[in-house]
Unconditional design. Structure first.
Length: 559
């Protein structure tokens, strides 16, 4: 195991002790403090916090640390019952591994698929025991979109049946829009009366994420937040069965179909969208699950604005405090996933951003709401709970700036602002970055659809314009390729125990806390600009997300 790294954190155990002593005037603010960022990261990424797994005691300690740091700055509580915490009720579900069954019925004969070699499944968050026997219907990718002329359920009756879907989405769709549409697959099937979903692992998907990689997570519990009635969010009682099937085993599902699975894959290779049809076979899917209801906190604090009207509107700054706890990888002696970059770095920058706001001699016109969420690694759970149970009116949340995994391993010369092309925030981010001599670069990996994969997206779905900031791929050092450093981190350390400070120093040299300070300055200036500008941010009218989640905002229409 690695040595604990609390020493540096003790020197700045209260963030006010790390604040700059530079004299302030009414129109100036000191730059972000790299030492404070270092101290926060050393505490949050220490072995003693055991990877800050959602629902763990160690994550509770991390949340208490964050809350007291915000309290020390003089920020006001904005959680539940006058506190800094918003408790998120959660259900943790585990699959009984020996209970998973998939029996295929073809022409009077029944065949059991091998678990987990041929298929795997997760636990049910709603039911302790489920068993479903139903006909199978192939429904392509399972997508529906008027915007893109898609309806994979056209002319199909899936009520009371199990739908069979291909993983992924058509290559013709823009990546961010495609990612959003893919997130609706379960809902679309449930709304049409399906009782189960079988997802087929494809050769195309095997090249991106091998089937074997998923087997590392067989024993990982599923989680979902619970509504006031104790029901898991986004739950569909009619959907009682689910399975993910390797393409070798999935071929048998098409034994009586008008097209073979090989034909379907050939259509995929030609970038054609396969049409759906009845498969002429049925299946029985069953599993047993155990449930545990727990809770985990979001931390929420507010800096009250100064304008009599605008103070009731909020700029939301977010980061997630959780990571993935202990590793299941038996190949490593080190089992703690410390999450130094993911996301101790993001939380440290948020705390330093809060300090910059707290020391302002004149408060911004709008209020600043700092929301440090739990359960990001479990599916954006804390952020989604906040978006559906906001501690301030949702219509008063004018913008969201999200901080998730800034890679502080090189002095970045550019930034990526995911989502900047969808709203007026793009210009704000560009101006704030330029103040620090930092350029904005286009998304270097659009196929990853990163805009839809972090906490801000839960607010986007409520109509709140958002940006997600990431260090770019250019280094200020002429002999250093920032993109290679970033890629190396992602390949070697992301979601691994080696995302810890000693291991990263060993591979890359000193952590660039100074780059974190630049990141905080940019983050601060984005939020400050939004807070002091009369016109609140608005969606660009040609953005897909404007058409789906909201319309360009005009204050005159509110009057």
């Amino acid at each position: 195991m690695k040595k604990n790294v609390f020493a540096g954190a003790l020197a700045c155990s209260l963030i006010v002790g790390c604040a700059s002593t530079t004299p302030q005037t009414a129109n100036t603010v000191s730059a972000a403090n790299a030492q404070a960022i270092e101290a926060h990261m050393q505490f949050l990424a220490a072995d003693a916090l055991a990877g800050r797994d959602t629902g763990s005691n160690e994550h509770e300690i991390a949340s208490l640390y964050i809350a007291t740091q915000l309290q020390a700055l003089g920020l006001q509580p904005a959680g539940d019952n006058g506190s800094y915490l918003q408790r998120v009720p959660l259900r943790k579900a585990r699959l009984a591994q020996d209970s998973a069954r998939f029996t295929l019925h073809v022409n009077g004969s029944s065949t059991d698929l091998a678990y987990p070699k041929a298929f795997f499944t997760g636990p049910s968050l709603q039911f302790a025991q489920t068993e479903v026997t139903a006909p199978l219907v192939f429904a392509g990718y399972g997508l529906v979109s008027k915007e893109f002329g898609l309806d994979d359920y056209a002319n199909l009756d899936v009520a009371g049946k199990i739908v069979v879907l291909l993983t992924g989405r058509p290559d013709s769709l823009p990546s961010e829009e495609a990612a959003h549409l893919s997130s609706l697959k379960t809902r679309l099937a449930a709304e049409r009366g399906a009782v189960g979903i079988i997802t087929v692992h494809t050769p195309k998907q095997e090249k991106v994420r091998p089937y074997a990689s998923s087997l590392l997570y067989l024993t990982t519990p599923s989680m979902e937040w619970l509504d006031a009635s104790g029901t898991p969010a986004d739950s569909y009682p009619n959907l009682k069965a689910g399975a993910y099937v390797h393409y070798d085993a999935a071929a048998a599902l098409f034994a009586n179909a008008p097209s073979s699975l090989a034909d379907i894959f050939a259509q995929q290779d030609k970038q054609q969208n396969p049409a759906g049809f009845e498969l002429g076979v049925s299946a029985t899917l069953s599993r047993n699950s155990s449930h545990e209801d727990i809770s985990s906190p979001n931390v929420i604090a507010v800096l009250q604005g100064s304008d009599p009207v605008l103070k009731d509107e909020y700029v939301v700054v977010t980061a997630h405090s959780d990571h993935i706890g202990y590793s299941n990888d038996v190949r490593s002696d080190d089992k703690i996933n410390n999450g130094a970059m993911d996301n101790a770095a993001g939380v440290a920058i948020l705390l330093e951003t809060a300090r910059l706001f707290a020391q302002l001699p004149e408060k911004p016109k709008r209020s600043i709401l700092f929301v440090v969420v739990t359960g990001e690694e479990k599916g954006l759970l804390g952020a989604d709970y906040f978006a559906n149970n906001p501690t301030r009116p949702i219509e008063k949340l004018v913008a969201n700036v999200n901080l998730d995994m800034p890679v502080l391993l090189y002095p970045f010369a550019d930034m990526i602002a995911f989502g900047a092309n969808h709203s007026s925030l793009g210009a704000v981010v560009q101006q704030a970055a330029a103040k620090e001599g930092i350029a904005l670069s286009a998304d270097p990996m659009p196929e990853q659809a990163i805009f839809t994969r972090s906490d801000h997206y839960t607010l986007v779905k409520k109509g709140v314009p958002a940006v997600f900031l990431m260090t770019g791929f250019k280094s200020q050092l002429p002999d250093q390729d920032g993109g290679k450093v970033w890629a190396s981190f992602f390949a070697k350390h992301y979601h691994k125990p080696s995302d810890d400070i000693p291991s990263l120093i060993k591979d890359y040299g000193a952590i660039r806390y100074d780059a974190g300070a630049v990141f905080a300055d940019i983050n601060f200036n984005i939020a400050l600009d939004v807070a002091n500008t009369e016109q609140r941010p608005y969606w660009l009218k040609d953005s897909f997300f404007s058409r789906v989640f909201g319309q360009p905002y005009n204050r005159e229409t509110e009057k």
